[in-house]
Each structure stands twice: as structure tokens, then as C-alpha cells.
Design a protein around this ligand. Structure first.
Ligand code: MN
Length: 319
């Protein structure tokens, strides 16, 4: 892997006439906020910029309201630019069907904070000690000498507050970044509410049904404990898929379990599984053994089968 610095990434970007920025599939606030912040900064310097991510999932409405969202184009409209940047994607597969557009560029840049990222770009700015990719993008913008506008800061803040769980697990450096971003004019109360504390009314009965499936196994994970909840495909009707993501934060409050698993049925029989751990269990080897990846305390994977089959496979992997 060729390791890059924020300066060398900045140099590659500053010479480019056009840049394509690619977020990961099922985009979250860190990957979209990072892409839009970088996009706005480059557009301000006269660079032709387009931002995209691979479907089929649509962009959650909350992320569509971020500044710079007009830079986002549908995946098959993303041009193969001389420079392509992947943000917050732990591997090439996370770019979905935009892998080819990315790889076709003369210079590929990878900016990410996942510890599992082995570096799939020509220039790899990867720092697992960063709480969010947005913080690494801020380093690149500093290297470019970009003025931190309120719009750019807002996009970076979106990644910072979501990937740190509202600073619940933020490292010291993130508080310094937060100070810079809020001083640049971010309406932090507004964006915290929009990104973290708002759902359609139908979310409330959906959560009640998912929580009714919660099951605790105190003996799992060598006694660290496991709590599991299952969300069938019918429950998310009429909501953004993102509204299902937040349920894991409620389930994980169970004191008796270090590990939390929420099974979300994307289409009948196909499941996205969110794993969380509090302080004991390293989720990376578990998620990898099931074909996924992520961080020590937050990881995920996909599976197919009946609810009993997919939950049973996880229980076995944790033995
Ligand atoms: Mn991230």
C-alpha cells in the first residue's frame, strides 16, 4: 500500500480539472458529509466536481438536506474523471457498481478511517485513529488552504457527530475539530436534531415491534452477553432505510450484554446485520468470519435465510 499524507492528496487534487467523489453503498452521514465538504471546497477552486454512490438504496432525506447536495448525481451519470476519490469506504467493494468508474481514473485516492482498510487507491490517506473520515477531509482542506465556510463545516460536522455517537466515544482530537467547525458557523443544535433525533411518527410503533423481539443470552461471548433483535422487511415500509439503523442504539442499552446484534431484512430473506460491542468483544474478526467488516466496536455483515437461520449462524460464530 502507498501511504499518502494530506499534503500529497491535496497536491493531487489541486492540479485536477475534474474530480469524481464516491461515497460507499448505503451511505451514512460521514461518507456523504465528507464527499460534499470536499466537493464544495474543490468547486470553490474552479474544479469540475461530481459526487455519487452506488444504489439501489436511495439517499436518506436527512442527508439530502446537507449543503452541497446539488453536487450529487445518480450512479450511472458519474463521469470517469482524471482523479477519483473514495471517502469512508473500507474496501473497493463498498463502492458497489461504481468500482469501475473509480478504477478507470488516472489517479485514485482513498480517504478513510476503517482499521480494516488495506488501501485500494494510488494515494491512501488512511488513519484508524481518526473518529471519522470527515476529520481526514478537514486535514486535506487545510493542506489545500481552503477557507472553512459554514457550508463546508456543516458537512464535516455531520460526519463527526454521527460517527462519534454525539461525541459519546469521541477522542480528544474530535473536540478540537468540533470547536473549529462550530466556530465556522455550524448550527449544531439544528443538525444534531435533524441527523440524530428525528424520525417519522411510524418509527415509534416500528421500534416497539422490534424491541418486542429482543432476546438476551447472558452466557454468549464467554459470558460477556449477547442481545439480539429482529426487524422484518415489512416494518420499514414508508420509512427511509436509515430509520432502521438507529434501533441498534436502543437495543445496545441492555446492561447485561456486551454485544448487540440487530438483524434488518432488506428484502425477503436477505439481511443486513449491525453489530455493536461495549468494551470486551472485538467485532472485527467476527464480522470478517461472516463476510463483513467494520470497527472493533461497530461492525456489520450481510446474510440470507430465515430469521432462525441467520440468528443461529451468528450465535455459532460467537461460540
Ligand atoms: Mn466513517
Amino acid at each position: 500500500m502507498t501511504t499518502a499524507t494530506s499534503e500529497s492528496v491535496g497536491a493531487a487534487l489541486s492540479g485536477a480539472e475534474s474530480v469524481s467523489i464516491i461515497s460507499h453503498v448505503r451511505p451514512d452521514a460521514d461518507t456523504i458529509g465528507s464527499a460534499l465538504a470536499l466537493g464544495l471546497a474543490l468547486r470553490g477552486r474552479g474544479v469540475d466536481v461530481a459526487v455519487s454512490f452506488s444504489g439501489p438504496e436511495e439517499l436518506p432525506g436527512t442527508l439530502r438536506s446537507l449543503p452541497g447536495a446539488e453536487l450529487i448525481v445518480v450512479d450511472d451519470a458519474l463521469p470517469a474523471a482524471p482523479v477519483a476519490v473514495a471517502v469512508d469506504a473500507a474496501n473497493l467493494e463498498r463502492l458497489g457498481r461504481l468500482q469501475d468508474v473509480y478504477s478507470a481514473s488516472d489517479t485514485t485516492v482513498c480517504i478513510d478511517h476503517h482499521v480494516s482498510n488495506e488501501g485500494f487507491g494510488d494515494l491512501n490517506l488512511i488513519d484508524p485513529t481518526a473518529d471519522c473520515t470527515a476529520a481526514l477531509v478537514l486535514d486535506v482542506l487545510d493542506a489545500l488552504g481552503v477557507e472553512l465556510t459554514a457550508d463546508i463545516a456543516t458537512c464535516l460536522y455531520a460526519g463527526l457527530i454521527t460517527d462519534t455517537g454525539s461525541f459519546k466515544w469521541a477522542r480528544p482530537a474530535s473536540f478540537a475539530v468540533a470547536a473549529r467547525l462550530t466556530e465556522a458557523g455550524v448550527d449544531s443544535a439544528h443538525w444534531s436534531r435533524v441527523l440524530l433525533d428525528s424520525h417519522p411518527f411510524g418509527w415509534l410503533p416500528m421500534v416497539s415491534q422490534v424491541l418486542a423481539t429482543a432476546d438476551l443470552d447472558r452466557d454468549a461471548c464467554d459470558g460477556a452477553g449477547l442481545v439480539v433483535a429482529v426487524m422484518g422487511t415489512d416494518l420499514l415500509a414508508g420509512m427511509d432505510w436509515e430509520d432502521g439503523e438507529s434501533v441498534v442504539d436502543i437495543v445496545r442499552t441492555a446492561r447485561e450484554a456486551d454485544v448487540t446484534a440487530v438483524f434488518k431484512e432488506a428484502t425477503p430473506g436477505t439481511w443486513n446485520v449491525s453489530l455493536r460491542s461495549k468494551s470486551v468483544v472485538d467485532l472485527i474478526p467476527i464480522a470478517r468470519s461472516l463476510g463483513g467488516g467494520g470497527h472493533t466496536r461497530a461492525a456489520g455483515y450481510s446474510d440470507t435465510g430465515t430469521p432462525d437461520e441467520v440468528v443461529g449462524r451468528l450465535r455459532k460464530a460467537l461460540q
